[in-house]
Design a binder for this molecule. Structure first.
Ligand SMILES: Cc1cc2nc3c(=O)[nH]c(=O)nc-3n(C[C@H](O)[C@H](O)[C@H](O)COP(=O)(O)OP(=O)(O)OC[C@H]3O[C@@H](n4cnc5c(N)ncnc54)[C@H](O)[C@@H]3O)c2cc1C
Length: 273
């Protein structure tokens, strides 16, 4: 551990209201959920700040519930909670498939859905599922609640519309009609960050999202339109290449990602036919 923990301050809120008051009155302060991303920065000697707010014990942010036809998943729900939830297993199998491939058991027990969203890595494995299912991010501050469509949540590489005084409280999923599909391509089955990741819904108008092919997770609306209109897979794959902008990095190359993106599109379309 290259960061001296004794130099950091940790605030333990008594309640959600207390946490939101601290976020309003006592900036700068960084929320800590499962800490699986933040700990990596601390370990590397690059702490994102000096003051932290431990939200892990705020059970008000943890539940998974069906409200009407909407599945609401608390921001603190872990990937293990998601895999175990009968509601999520029935309604959002693509999210269960993503949760199963995140890290390994230790990370699944601590890593939260809200942390994956707030962290905003373009390789975050749950994110294409949220994009393809048109999820909604529920944000809470001392001033109230606002709901932001997930597909408008990111404004650039690791940039979001989340304000410093807000917490992600939950992710809401409207009913999903059509077969759900998820595929992660990494170096190995566990503890590997995605080289490329895709989630999709096979509805009359398909909904398709990719991670690790652009600065943020992306939907590919023109590819969706072509498939919906009955175009060939070759034409859809050609269109897909105009909608993604992968780069070379330590995990993969742009060329590999372009090829695999097209292969995943074909696999989705044929497997869900
Ligand atoms: C060994 C290892 C393997 C991993 N494998 C994967 C993988 O395969 N796929 C993958 O997608 N990720 C992976 N991760 C990354 C990480 O586990 C996930 O991103 C996880 O979802 C983060 O959740 P957390 O609760 O631990 O976030 P934290 O580390 O607590 O927080 C991350 C960021 O989000 C903010 N934050 C957290 N919760 C909230 C909230 N409710 N409101 C506002 N801001 C919030 C924090 O301030 C911080 O900036 C891995 C990490 C490790 C260490």
């Amino acid at each position: 551990m290259r960061t001296a923990i004794s130099t950091l301050e940790l605030v333990e809120p008594r309640s959600l209201k207390h946490a939101l008051d601290v976020l309003r009155d006592s900036q700068p302060i960084i929320p800590l959920a499962g800490c699986t991303d933040v700990y990596v920065s601390l370990n590397a000697g690059a702490p994102p700040g000096a003051r932290y707010l431990n939200i892990w014990n705020l059970d008000a942010l943890r539940g998974i519930a069906l409200r009407g036809d909407t599945v609401s998943i608390g921001a603190l729900a872990t990937f293990s909670d998601i895999m175990r939830s009968p509601v999520v297993r029935k309604r959002l199998p693509a999210l269960v498939a993503a949760a199963r491939e995140i890290g390994a058991v230790q990370i699944q027990n601590r890593g939260t859905l809200g942390g994956n969203v707030a962290n905003g890595s373009p390789a975050g494995d749950s994110l294409p599922v949220l994009a393809a299912t048109d999820a909604v991010v529920v944000l809470r501050s001392a001033g109230g609640v606002r709901r932001v469509p997930f597909n408008g949540f990111y404004t650039g590489y690791r940039k979001t519309v989340l304000r410093p005084d807000e917490l992600i409280a939950a992710i809401e999923f409207p009913p999903v009609t059509g077969r759900q599909w998820f595929r992660k391509v990494g170096t190995r089955a566990a503890q590997a960050i995605s080289k490329i990741v895709m989630a999709a819904v096979r509805a009359p108008h398909p909904r398709i999202a990719f991670g690790s092919v652009a600065p943020t997770v992306v939907r590919v609306p023109r590819t969706e339109d072509l498939l919906s209109a009955g175009a060939s897979l070759d034409d859809a794959a050609a269109m897909l290449l105009t909608e993604i902008s992968p780069i070379d990095d330590i995990r993969s190359t742009a060329e590999y990602r372009r090829r695999v993106a097209c292969n995943l599109l074909r696999a989705f379309w044929t497997e869900t036919a």
